[in-house]
Design a binder for this molecule. Structure first.
Ligand code: FE2
Ligand code: FE2
Length: 170
């Protein structure tokens, strides 16, 4: 693509800055899930660990999706620094509740981005963000279902709960 064409479709700087912040959020989510996977592995919950390794990989893919969107539109994507993340959890349930809280937080950020794209009449970014809006809805539901399952199983042995998680993570 020659430069004159690139300039014409260049992403709005204000939007680009916000998308770069979201890249950082997705990296943070990826690192947080890796820490959750490590905790699950250390505590003998191998099915839950697998679920969080998968989640960590997915969050990196989200990051790369935004990264690609910025660069494909002539912008400057910023490789995010890795922030320290929480490695200590009280229980398996605490891990899943932390995951849900993180997803709820990310959803709010995606919605704020969407509002900005609409305000700026940036339809390309709006289209890109539609995918994330849908993804967030699914991810929140996924963790809500698991937490509900843990609640229903009550005082069942934790290993049994971990076995059930294998079926949830299809
Ligand atoms: Fe994500
Ligand atoms: Fe997510």
């Amino acid at each position: 693509m020659d430069n004159s064409l690139r300039e014409r479709i260049s992403i709005l700087p204000e939007m680009m800055d916000l998308l770069n912040q979201q890249i950082k959020q997705e990296q943070l989510a990826s690192s947080s899930y890796l820490a959750m996977a490590a905790w699950c592995d250390q505590n003998g919950f191998s099915n839950s660990a697998k679920l969080f390794y998968d989640q960590s990989k997915e969050e990196r893919e989200h990051m790369m999706k935004l990264f690609g969107y910025i660069t494909n539109n002539g912008g400057a994507a910023i490789s995010p620094s890795v922030e320290p993340v929480n490695h200590s959890f009280l229980s398996l349930r605490d891990v899943f509740e932390s995951a849900l809280n993180m997803e709820i937080d990310v959803t709010k950020k995606i919605h704020t981005l969407m509002s900005t794209a609409r305000k700026l009449e940036d339809y390309n970014t709006e289209l890109c963000l539609q995918w994330f809006v849908h993804e967030q809805m699914e991810e929140e539901q996924f963790f809500r279902d698991i937490i509900q399952m843990i609640e229903l199983m009550g005082d069942s042995p934790l290993q049994l709960i971990d076995d059930r998680i294998k079926r949830e993570n299809h």
